[in-house]
Design a protein around this ligand. Structure first.
Ligand code: ADP
Ligand code: MG
Length: 691
């Protein structure tokens, strides 16, 4: 049971004063759902806002607080006109100006003849002091509570500093006291403060210490929890024996012989590594990395057949139902001559049909089960699960992957990733797994010719596409840029591009984006594949493993905005056949040095591992594992480019703790469990309980 001392922190923000359903939704957009998330959303800056008795001494164009007496209101008469309020501070007049103001709001904030303390940027305009959109308006009696220094938080539309501070303060000013969970030597080594003091310090604008000291302590907590969770899960895995899947390998050999191609040396090597695991009494937990198109799926399928031959079940979990269907069709086709039953389970399966599928999974008549995260939901029981393969895993978390583990058996686990990441980072990203890499592409596969093209050459590009569409049956992906972290804005750009292309190529263009339902997306993909549509305009949704063999060219618009890893992923959508394939990095006329460098690397190499290493050099590990990157495990506070020393120590400490106290019992264990809850590593705790 979770200790009740955590209840408030782990409750939704809706329990806070002033957070109604509407504001809750807005704040959720910042990734803040629980009260504890407000702690991790710490200020990125602090501003000074000094109080001046005499406005004439206040420096212009800085943030100040001044006392004013409100004189008169001049509401705006038309849209563009500002709403002006005149006031007097000492002997000087001050205009308080609002654009697009709601009149009743301004009237009630600044009643005539009252004295107010207002804060904001002081300007001098047409011989008069002026403050536009004051950041704070307080009664003079509140003078003492108006901070001279103020925290600046990241915002989102509909949220202002005052609101987020007020809400955050409800948590910061009311933190529980926890007993220390970090050991003394680490505390001493880094001069850490205790948890509560660190949280307060991190948010406190008046603190004199470097905020980084507080941040580092919380970063250590986060890394420690991450490592503990990994160790716990790993530890439990190790204790469990798995099945030795050794058989005569009739099916496997027959399958390999039935393939129209020969496995590459790289595939064979990886297959040996996998067999070594499967033909031993230990559970396999292995990460299989390989560039898009390097042939991971075949290797995984062979591993699944090994397991099936031993009369165990295999599952393949993928992030979307489109991918699930693609794999289903593909694998069914490859195995049509084999006595292997294949089933598919996705989120939209309902009713009788679903029950039937669940029954087949439970009674063992389904040998290979393909699906989405629907596979790890309650109610899905396997008869004898031998291996779980998880494809394109960066869309799943560590725990979803491990979920198969406490589903009544301990299958071997093979995680496939097409996002090659440098060795130095795999541990942080994936936890403690064995690693296999496919480093070569199937012979005959052509490299994707990559070129860069400036926006001012758009006409040429269109002409080239026209020719190609006329003379060949090639198809194009046109990917539109990430504008911000906003689906809506992405969609706007993609829609505009779609419209302009559709004007030129009537009835040949389709649009796909993240706001569509899975069903709608599938429909569009099908149309693109099977009908005479030639250009598929998309937001970055196609990044995840879509396999359309007929597309030979990908155009990445605003290439300067994409990271290397992402561009490489996108490029992998083409070149999946034996036709010449192209990637056009279509970019702004003027781009910065980093963007230039990225584009240069893309042109120079098709090797994903090399690109990953270059990416690391350009960006540093913090960004690669950082918040906004495609769902690799992320840290709220820790930043691996500054905290790699902490990371090493956290890893060491976690291993030490778990080897001494694997079930986290006793007082020390209780403190660590609190840490795990606080860091939302509940799955690790569940594993502890189950193991
Ligand atoms: P990945 O999952 O690594 O992106 P896939 O396994 O989907 O790659 O393979 C991409 C394509 O290459 C598939 O059509 C597959 O049948 C084919 N393929 C796999 N291995 C080989 C090989 N050794 N030789 C030729 N083609 C191969
Ligand atoms: Mg794949």
């Amino acid at each position: 049971m979770r200790p009740s001392i955590l209840d408030r922190l782990l409750s939704p923000i809706s329990i806070l004063r002033g957070v109604g359903p509407k504001l809750e939704k807005i704040i959720n957009r910042l990734g803040i759902f629980l009260n504890v998330h407000l702690i991790w959303h710490f200020p990125y800056n602090f501003i000074q806002r000094k109080f001046y008795e005499d406005i004439n001494l206040a420096p212009l164009n800085t943030l100040v607080s001044i006392k004013v007496k409100i004189l008169k209101h001049y509401p705006s008469k038309f849209k563009r006109q500002p709403y002006k309020v005149t006031s007097i501070s000492g002997n000087s007049e001050v205009d308080i100006v609002f654009f697009n103001a709601r009149h009743p709001v301004v009237r009630s904030m600044l009643p005539v003849n009252t004295t107010k303390l207002i804060s904001g940027k002081l300007e001098f305009f047409r011989n008069k002091f002026q403050i536009t959109h004051p950041t704070n308006i307080a009664d003079v009696s509140e003078y003492l509570t108006v901070n001279e220094k103020e925290a600046v938080y990241g915002l989102t539309a509909g949220l202002n500093q005052k609101t987020i501070s007020k809400i955050t303060n409800q948590i910061i000013n009311n933190l529980p006291e926890f007993k220390e969970w970090i050991n003394k030597s680490i505390i001493k080594k880094y001069d850490f403060y205790e948890w509560k003091k660190s949280v307060i310090g991190l948010h406190d604008p008046s603190t004199t210490t470097l905020q980084n000291n507080y941040r580092r302590r919380l970063a250590f907590d986060e890394l420690l929890a991450h490592q503990l969770a990994i160790s716990i899960i790993r530890n439990i895995n190790i204790r469990k024996k798995s099945i030795n899947f050794k058989t005569k390998n009739h099916l496997t050999k027959k399958f390999i012989n039935s393939l129209k191609f020969k496995l590459t040396n790289s595939q064979l090597k990886v297959l040996d590594e996998i067999k070594n695991d499967l033909f031993s009494p230990n559970q396999m937990i292995r990460l299989l990395q390989g560039d898009v198109g390097s042939g991971k799926t075949i290797v995984a399928l062979i591993s699944m057949i090994i397991v099936v031959e031993k009369k165990y079940q295999s599952v393949l979990m993928v992030p979307t139902s489109i991918l699930a269907y693609q794999h289903y069709e593909n694998i069914k086709n490859l195995l049509k001559e084999f006595p292997i039953n294949i089933e598919i389970l996705v989120g939209k399966d309902k009713g009788k049909e679903k029950l039937l599928k669940l029954e087949k999974i439970k009674n063992g008549s389904a040998d290979i089960i393909i699906g989405t995260h629907a596979l790890i939901q309650e109610g899905v029981l396997f008869n004898k699960l031998g291996i779980a393969v998880i494809d394109e895993q960066h869309k799943f978390g560590v725990y979803q992957r491990m979920a198969f583990n406490y589903k009544n058996q301990n299958p071997s686990i093979l995680v496939m990733s097409a996002t090659p990441i440098p060795r130095t980072l795999t541990l942080a990203a994936y936890g403690d797994m064995d690693e296999s890499r496919i480093t070569e592409k199937p012979i005959g596969r052509r490299l994707i010719k990559t070129t860069a093209l400036k926006f001012n050459k758009e006409k040429d590009l269109i002409e080239r596409i026209k020719l190609k569409i006329k003379n060949t049956n090639s198809k194009f992906f046109w990917v539109c840029p990430l504008i911000e972290e906003s689906e809506e804005l992405d969609l706007k750009a993609a829609t505009e591009r779609y419209n302009s292309l559709n004007n030129i190529f009537k009835n040949k263009v389709l649009l796909i984006h993240g706001q569509l339902t899975e069903k709608e997306k599938e429909k569009i993909m099908n149309k693109f594949e099977n009908e005479d549509f030639r250009i598929l305009v998309s937001t970055t949704v196609i990044e995840v493993g879509i396999d359309i063999k007929s597309a030979t060219t990908i155009i990445i618009e605003h290439a300067e905005r994409f990271g290397l890893a992402q561009m490489h992923q996108l490029r992998g959508r083409v070149g999946r056949n034996n036709f010449d394939s192209y990637c056009i990095l279509f970019h702004k006329n003027q781009i910065n040095d980093i963007a230039k460098k990225r584009i240069k690397i893309m042109i120079e190499t098709n090797n994903g591992f090399k690109i990953a290493e270059e990416d690391l050099k350009i960006r540093g590990p913090g960004e690669i594992l950082g918040k906004k990157q495609s769902g690799l495990p992320t840290f709220n506070v820790a930043d691996l480019s500054f905290d790699s020393d902490l990371f090493e120590d956290a890893k060491f400490l976690a291993n030490e703790i778990i080897s001494k106290n694997p079930k986290l019992i006793g007082n020390d264990g209780d403190q660590l469990k609190i840490l795990l809850y606080l860091q939302e590593r509940d799955a690790a705790i569940k594993t502890l309980m189950a193991g």
